[in-house]
Design a protein around this ligand. Structure first.
Ligand code: 5AD
Ligand code: SF4
Length: 432
């Protein structure tokens, strides 16, 4: 979502003559669009700021000015504290207020004190943003829902992104058409809790579900692939599960975080579901789409997690079998209930559990990628690989696929015969 927001910041700043730059040296303004989800992400902001300060200092020694802004969730969570700690920062703003960037920049240029915008305005930022630019290329992101009302006890999102909001369906379809006109063949619908989507359709209280939205999007000519992320098990409604079996444009891949396999821990996490519900959803998904690839997020070392709780998570992973997964050590986030739990887990125990969990997931991931060797898969090529003449694309199941040659295939979907399967990618040869 930060990638999407960053693209939208470009849209907001373009009328003022600002264009994206690849380096700090060429920049009149640097915006850090930040993440607050774990401590590590937050620390990174301050180390990046240190480097940016040097650039700003050498610019001002040469008589020119560089504005420095911290946007996103660290901005939202820490506000003016950031300017106290790093006084060379000119602007701080949260994820809901970046539509006000032109005004903030004007204020900062005039040098009238610090510029801090943290309100969750009554107006929706989406209504205030200019029409989307067509710069996202063949694979595009589209935010359809933002914020979260779930309040998992470890998570800062409900505080930094605010309450759940769904964009009206018509606005989303219009943006999708614009993206497709600009060359998008794949759109990933984004939301912190995207399957809680319930968008206005201009018929009183009636709203569209995510399945309704996918159904409408599938009618957009030229759009070939639809994905959505991130979902909550509690919101995997019947219509959403069933559209996985009926809509060919909806890719056979689902990122459905479960966080833990222990009911005790799920309860403490305030996840509002048990492991059983998760298994049930997976069963139903596989009934309608047997080849669906699954992905999840896991947190290890949540306060009070016993050896047995952790084994329950390992057993859940063995039972489900993942194509990929993301896993994290629990990180205490200020202001969240779990942060003040007395039963914090020792760092070494967290490390050991994370290593074991990742070893298991990596085994599954490698086996998944190897299962495609000898098969022909459809790949959307969207970028160059690291090596000369190499192209990188995405398979339907979300794997990274490398081929050599075929520069002309960039931006197209081509058949690839898989020759090798590895931990994070597959390699192959273009067929025909
Ligand atoms: N500590 C560790 N991981 C976290 N996540 C969210 N909050 C925390 C935290 N405090 C993880 C969850 C979520 C993903 C985006 O980040 O697994 O699904
Ligand atoms: Fe955070 Fe996701 Fe839980 Fe919402 S559902 S509080 S975004 S982990």
């Amino acid at each position: 979502m930060n990638v999407y927001d960053t693209v939208r910041m470009h849209d907001v700043m373009a009328p003022l003559g600002y264009t994206p730059s690849d380096s700090y040296e060429d920049a009149d303004m640097v915006i850090l669009n930040t993440c607050h989800i774990r401590e590590k992400a937050e620390e990174k902001v301050y180390s990046d700021l240190g480097r940016i300060r040097k650039e700003k200092d050498s610019k001002s020694a040469g008589g020119s000015k560089m504005l420095v802004a911290v946007g996103g969730c660290v901005g939202q969570a820490e506000g003016a504290e950031i300017i106290k700690r790093a006084p060379y920062v000119d602007m701080v703003f949260g994820p809901q207020s970046y539509y006000q960037l032109p005004e903030m920049v004007t204020r900062a240029m005039r040098g009238r004190g610090e510029v801090v915008e943290l309100d969750f305005p009554q107006v929706q930022k989406f209504d205030m943003l200019p029409e989307v630019s067509d710069s996202q290329g063949v694979s595009a992101f589209l935010s359809v829902q933002e914020g979260c009302d779930k309040f998992c006890s470890f998570c800062v999102v409900p505080y930094t992104r605010g309450a759940e909001y769904s964009r009206p369906m018509a606005a989303i379809l219009q943006e999708a058409r614009k993206l497709v006109d600009g060359g998008a063949k794949e759109i990933t619908l984004l939301g912190q809790n995207v399957n809680a989507y319930h968008g206005d359709i201009g018929q009183g209280d009636r709203t569209a579900s995510l399945a309704d939205l996918i159904d409408a999007l599938a009618q957009v000519g030229g759009l070939e692939r639809i994905r959505y992320t991130t979902s909550h098990p509690r919101d995997m409604s019947d219509d959403l599960i069933s559209i996985h079996g009926s809509e060919a444009k909806l890719m056979p891949y689902l990122h459905l975080p479960v966080q833990s396999g222990s009911d005790e821990i799920l309860k403490k996490m305030n996840r509002k579901h048990k492991a059983e519900l998760y298994f049930d959803i997976i069963d139903r998904l596989r009934k309608v789409r047997p080849d669906i690839a699954l992905s999840s997020d896991f947190i290890v070392g949540f306060p009070g997690e016993s050896d047995q709780d952790f084994e329950d998570t390992m057993n859940l992973i063995r039972k489900v079998g993942y194509g990929s997964a993301y896993s994290f050590k629990y990180s205490q986030r200020p202001g969240t209930p779990a942060a003040v739990d007395e039963n914090q887990i020792d760092e070494l125990v967290k490390q050991e559990r994370l290593a074991r969990l990742q070893a298991l997931v990596h085994e599954q991931q490698t086996a998944f990628n190897q299962s495609f060797v000898g098969k022909t898969i459809k790949v959307l090529f969207d970028r160059s690989g690291k090596l000369d003449g190499q192209l990188l694309g995405k398979g339907e199941y979300m794997q990274s696929v490398y081929v050599t040659g075929g520069e002309g295939l960039r931006g197209t979907i081509a058949d690839v015969k898989v020759t090798g399967g590895f931990l994070n990618s597959v390699t192959g040869e273009v067929v025909n």
